[in-house]
Each structure stands twice: as C-alpha cells, then as structure tokens.
Design a protein around this ligand. Structure first.
Ligand code: KG4
Ligand code: ZN
Length: 351
C-alpha cells in the first residue's frame, strides 16, 4: 500500500507523520505546546487550537518534503477526529479534508484512542508483535482505560477511571507539592528520594470486582495531609515522602486493576496473553515494573511502545489509517470531529 499522512491535533501536541504500508516511518514531527500552556498550569483549549492552526500547515509541508512524498502519491490522509479538544480536532481534521479533496484522496477519520490501541502493531515495534486480541492499558493525562482490542474497529472497554485520569492525578498532586506542570515526571523524580511507606494513603477500588479506577479520593487524602503539615516546600523531605507514598498507592492500584483486567480478558479470550501498556504514565519506572510483574504472575507478556510513540504522536494516526484502509474502510469526508467518541461506537465504521 502507498504511504499515509497522519495528523494529530487532539490535545497539546501538533504532529504529522508519513508512514508506508509496511509500517516504515518515512518522516515524523511533533511540536509540543508545553511552554505555551505551562504558565496556566494545564492545557488551555483556545490556546491549543490557535497554536495548531498556526503551526500545522508548515509542519505538514516539511514532513512531506522530508518523506520525499507528493500528496498525489499517498493512499490517504488520516487525522485524529476525536475524542479530544474540539478546537484542535477541527483544525486537524478539516485541514486533512482540504488536502484530501484537493488531491482526490480518501480522508480517514481516526479515533484517537484507537490510534493508541493499534500502535503496538506497527511492524517491528514490540518484540514478537501484537496479534489480536490483546489487552490495552492506556494511561495518559486524559484517559485511563482497560480495553480489549479484538480487531480494527472492534474494541471492548473493560473498565476505566470513574473520575481523574492517572496522569491527571499525578499532575494535580504535583501541583499541590509545588512542582511544575506537567507534574508526572517531576513527581517521579522527587519520589526517588522519598519513603513510599511514610504516609498510608488509601488504595481506592483495590480488590473490587472489575477494573474500574478512582483516584480523586487519593488526591484528596494527599491534599488533607498537606494541609495538616502546613507550609512546606518541595525541598523538604516530607514532600519527597508524600510523592513516594502517593506514587506507591497509584502503583498498587494500577497493578491490582491490571490483574483484574487480565482475568476479564482471559475469560473473554482464553488464548490471549498480551498486555500492552501505553500513555505518558507508562514511562514511569515504578508503574512499568509493577505492571510487568503483575503480567508475569498472570502468565501475560507485557509490552510498552517507546515513550515517543505511546504519548501523543502522528505515527499512530497514520498507522491506524493504514490498518483501516487495508480493511477496506472507505473515504468518510462527511465525518465531523467529535469531542466525545467512545471506542465502542467504532464498530459501525469497520467494514
Ligand atoms: O500520553 P501523554 O503524553 O499525553 C496525553 O495525556 O494525551 O500523557 C501525559 C501525562 C501527563 O499527565 C504527565 O504528567 C504523565 O502523563 N506522565 C507521567 C510521567 N511522564 C508523563 N506520570 C507519571 N510518571 C511519569 N514519569
Ligand atoms: Zn492520547
């Protein structure tokens, strides 16, 4: 199959990539808006949309030049069309439609979650590949979900967060600790010097049936502890102990939820034994260690795409486009970007 151009603008990364039918990445670019949002302590949707609008056209031009591919040589244009921040989704998907119409190419609207879900199938990315069906544990700033990935367009949501996403919880607690946004990596660093057993924070949902998550109670417990301690700076040992104790509570919850998810997966698909972990939080060493151990105990193989491909990027969007076009999914120029687009709704799109 000819190459596909992928475009990602669902949150705070502007990204473009050209991937060929064999999964070779011909060119890719990711522009992070971190610096633009940092003064506000989180992503500002209006700033995100304007920034995509400003940088995407030139980024796509340069990516195509780097790939050495002309628009007319493409099999199609794929763009994240939901779920996400609607302003950015409109910028990316309408831009993609414009290129598609101008060059007589199919436009493939991509569900951003499906793009994460299919990344592990990029040829050569993970050892021994990722044949269907497999279990995806998606742990990012906006999503925390356990998904049974049965096929392209066929996903079963086994569970997920009922309040904060895992990355969001890391970011909020990091903010309480006086760390900069996004707080996950900074909190992990601070936790290295802390005592994970100093504060016995709650482990919400532990051992409950299913694999739903809830982290807002844990976040509140941290806030209450900090209030009790009064004014403390990130340099004080109490802060490192809080960071380490919070991280340990999250790790324990994630390992438990993943274990339940693997049991649910096994009940539905007795032959399945693959756990794919993705999203920014998957780069946390303690999280990886605990999930890998939980997988080993359950007889599962755990794989995690490299961080640059499991946080937001356009390679995954182009690849999802290839997987869809291969299944004969045809042009869908009338598809309107959707801020909410559950994976279960995808089945109707699969051919
Ligand atoms: O997947 P991602 O790059 O972007 C989206 O949310 O779509 O995930 C970003 C999230 C942020 O909340 C960030 O704080 C968290 O992942 N994160 C981490 C670590 N690195 C990134 N959380 C904990 N430990 C880390 N090392
Ligand atoms: Zn994402």
């Amino acid at each position: 199959m000819k190459p596909v151009l992928g475009i990602e603008t669902s949150c705070d990364e502007t990204a473009a990539a050209v991937v060929d039918g064999d999964g070779r990445i011909l060119a890719e670019a990711v522009l992070s808006q971190l610096a633009e949002h940092a003064p506000f302590g989180g992503v500002v949707p209006e700033i995100a949309a304007r920034s995509h609008l400003r940088y995407l056209p030139e980024q796509v031009r340069q990516t195509m030049v780097k790939a050495g591919v002309d628009f007319r040589d493409l099999a199609g244009i794929a763009a994240s069309s939901g779920p996400g921040l609607i302003g950015g989704l409109i910028v990316g998907s309408q831009f993609a439609k414009g290129i598609a119409i101008a060059n007589g190419l199919p436009f493939v609207p991509i569900n951003h979650l499906e793009a994460h879900a299919l990344t592990a199938r990029l040829p050569g990315l993970v050892v021994d590949g990722a044949p269907f069906p497999y279990l995806l544990f998606l742990l990012s700033g906006g999503h925390s979900q356990c998904i049974a990935v049965e096929d392209v367009g066929q996903h079963i949501r086994l569970g997920g967060t009922i309040d904060d996403a895992v990355g969001e919880a890391f970011d909020k607690v990091a903010k309480l600790l006086g760390l900069d946004w996004p707080g996950g990596p900074a909190l992990e660093k601070l936790a290295e010097t802390g005592d994970p057993n100093r504060y016995p924070f709650p482990r919400p949902m532990l051992r409950r049936p299913g694999c739903n998550l809830s982290l807002s109670g844990l976040k509140t417990a941290v806030a209450q502890t900090m209030m009790r301690l009064g004014e403390i700076s990130p340099a004080q040992p109490e802060c490192a102990d809080i960071a380490a104790s919070f991280q340990q509570a999250v790790v324990d919850v994630l390992a438990d939820r993943a274990t339940h998810a693997m049991d649910m997966m096994h009940a539905r698909f007795p032959g399945s034994n693959l756990l794919v972990v993705a999203g920014g939080v998957a780069s946390n060493t303690q999280v990886r260690k605990a999930l890998s151990e939980a997988a080993r105990v359950r007889g599962f193989r755990m794989v995690a795409p490299p961080v640059r491909l499991c946080s937001d990027n356009a390679v995954m969007v182009a690849w999802a486009g290839i997987e869809r076009l291969r299944r004969g999914v045809s042009d869908d120029i009338s598809f309107a970007a959707q801020p909410r687009w559950p994976l279960e709704a995808l089945q109707a799109l699969a051919s």
